[in-house]
Design a binder for this molecule. Sequence first.
Ligand code: PMP
Length: 277
Amino acid sequence: EQVYLNGAYLPLADAKVSVLDRGFLFGDGVYEVIPAYNGRLFRLEDHIVRLNNSLSGIRLPLPHSVADWEAIFRPLLADDRDQYIYLQVTRGYAPKRDHGFPEQIVPTIFAMCADIKPFAGRIDGIKAITLDDTRWQLCNIKAITLLGNILLRQEALDQGSAEAILVRNGYVVEGAASNLFAVLDGELITPPKSHEILPGITRDVILELAAAHNIPYQEDIIALEALHNASEIWVTSSTREIVPVIELDGQQVGDGKPGPAWKRMDDLLQAYKKSLS
Ligand code: PMP
């Protein structure tokens, strides 16, 4: 099991980082999760654009091109199954534990590959609960600092749900590790991009597919009350794809089964993935 660390490929067990790395001490870094189907990276350019936005959001720009990243990832990928690349960049080792940036910055760059395991909830649907969004204000940055997301996801799991849907000022924004879609009055709605959500690549793909297939959609805020009356709710992410929510806060969504709009969009997404590989 080879991983990439700072220019070298080595066995996972040999990949070591200093305890003075700012990723370890402060969570001072960003990450990406990039799916690859049969060895083909999905939407690599989009993921690198988002990575660069995250890096400039934490004032840690890197000079790597998309081709540079592709060359780094390529040796990690198998060509016969669905996998994802996990990429993490931190502000690196600093001799002193000081909040301010160190004078000399050598980023730590780490990448590994893992199989995508089929998620049963994608087909069967999941339960979700709504929780107050206790995260910070810069949710558009894919920061490795995930305590808020972790505590919210665990609260959902503890209550027998698979995802937490997060509420800010009476509006639902996204899931603890996913974006949010709802079908309201027959129209597909997802909250607009802002600092309150991570701009999901799966979210972009769904909106493109909707546009290409004349499925009416809107990017608009969704009140918590409106979500409770939605005929369908989905949560989306690269590794789980489009997951229908069949129960929200203990109440059935629609008829309590994955809905027709989900089925159509899931079919479109699977066909789109196939067309690329
Ligand atoms: N929002 C959050 C908070 C996430 O962690 C993720 C990724 N797991 C997403 C949205 C979905 O993004 P993507 O479709 O690019 O995986």
